[in-house]
Design a protein around this ligand. Structure first.
Ligand code: DOR
Ligand code: ZN
Length: 351
């Protein structure tokens, strides 16, 4: 394989925030230019809690898609403590909804309707287990006494391990993992478990929240996401995990757009916008890990294999080429600042 050109099966994004309305129209073309499919997160202002809502949201996404682009949104339901087992039946029958998302209440953007007590969801988990409907977990506890940087580690011990003991056949995706603890857990666990890894958690550690690329101190709100970036040892563990070729790890950008002013604020929103250059960012990480030959399976095979969906057949080419990522993109009637705004990227998607 030449190191200047990479031709691979077209990837999918197994974790994406598309928003709605004019914001959706602004960000959707970026993802559709890179990915064939994406798992669309349900955390809209009014969360997508029913199959009927998911079908409506999917129609709005498809109606917004520019005619020249092919893109399949894979829909999810937002789990609440009042989600009924029959809603899981409806989701499964729909052929449109392929997973259910667990947000611990208070964990992140629009998670107010999330779950505080998993015990209240037992009948739903039984139904999901029976229908092989995956549960996508935002793996953080939200108790005030737990340090924000420890939220993922504590989630594994206090929530994930007991959940998987009670529902051993429940398919789980541990979303946007950020720690060595999560890597170790996913590698060692029995049963059906996968994990998505973002480009930003592969490329940056928590120093980048407080220091710019030139080493100057300063708050960098565009690097703030949840789960928050962790220390370098954790980033290295994530890199090693994806470089290992373990098929449990797959691509999920967690691209999460917020208008510039909502990020650059006294209480800025969490989320990194990476959709416009997702594959290019991932390739920089894989190159750092000396693992370009592992990228295709991570980006294009492991996700569909986990979900039991066909792999894509179209191929895409990425070329080594320096280009400058724009400082901002339009975002409804505002703008959005992408991760690595105004910086030189080293790979470019062709076509
Ligand atoms: O940083 C994040 N932003 N993490 C999430 O879990 C949600 C997301 C969003 O929707 O903005
Ligand atoms: Zn997310």
């Amino acid at each position: 394989m030449s190191t200047n050109t990479l031709t691979i099966t077209q990837p999918d994004d197994w974790h994406l925030h598309l928003r709605d309305g004019a914001a959706l129209a602004s960000v959707l073309p970026h993802s559709a230019a890179q990915f064939a499919r994406a798992v669309v997160m349900p955390n809209l202002k009014t969360p997508i809690t029913t199959t009927e809502q998911a079908i409506g949201y999917r129609q709005r996404i498809l109606a917004t898609l520019p005619g020249h682009l092919m893109f399949e949104p894979i829909m999810t339901l937002y789990l609440t403590e009042t989600t009924a087992p029959k809603e899981i039946d409806a989701a499964s029958k729909s052929g449109v909804v392929r997973a259910v998302k667990l947000y611990p209440a208070g964990a992140t953007t629009h998670s107010e309707s999330g779950v505080t007590d998993l015990g209240r969801c037992a009948r739903v988990f039984e139904k999901m287990q029976q229908l092989e409907m995956p549960l996508l977990v935002h793996g953080e506890v939200t108790h005030a006494e737990v340090d924000v940087f420890d939220r993922e580690r504590v989630f594994i011990d206090d929530v994930l391990i007991p959940l998987r003991r009670n529902f051993p056949a429940l398919k789980i995706v541990f979303e946007h993992i950020t720690t060595r603890d999560a890597v170790d857990y996913v590698q060692a666990a029995d049963g059906a478990i996968g994990a998505t890894v973002t480009a930003h958690h592969l490329l940056f550690n928590r120093n980048s929240l407080f220091i710019d690329g030139g080493g100057r101190p300063g708050m960098r709100p565009h690097h703030y996401c949840l789960p928050v970036l962790k220390r370098e040892t954790h980033r290295c563990a994530l890199l090693a995990a994806v470089a290992s070729g373990n098929s449990r790890f797959f691509l999920g950008t967690d691209s999460a757009p917020h208008a510039k002013g909502d990020k650059e604020a006294a209480c800025g929103c969490a989320g990194c916008f990476t959709a416009a250059s997702a594959l290019e960012l991932y390739l920089e990480a894989f190159e750092e890990a000396n693992a370009l030959d592992r990228f295709e399976a991570f980006a294009s095979f492991n996700g569909p294999d986990f979900y039991g969906l066909p792999r894509n057949t179209r191929r895409i080419t990425l070329q080594r080429a320096n280009w400058i990522l724009p400082a901002e993109f339009p975002y409804a009637d505002k703008t959005i600042v992408p991760l690595r705004a105004g910086e030189t990227l080293r790979w470019k998607l062709q076509g």
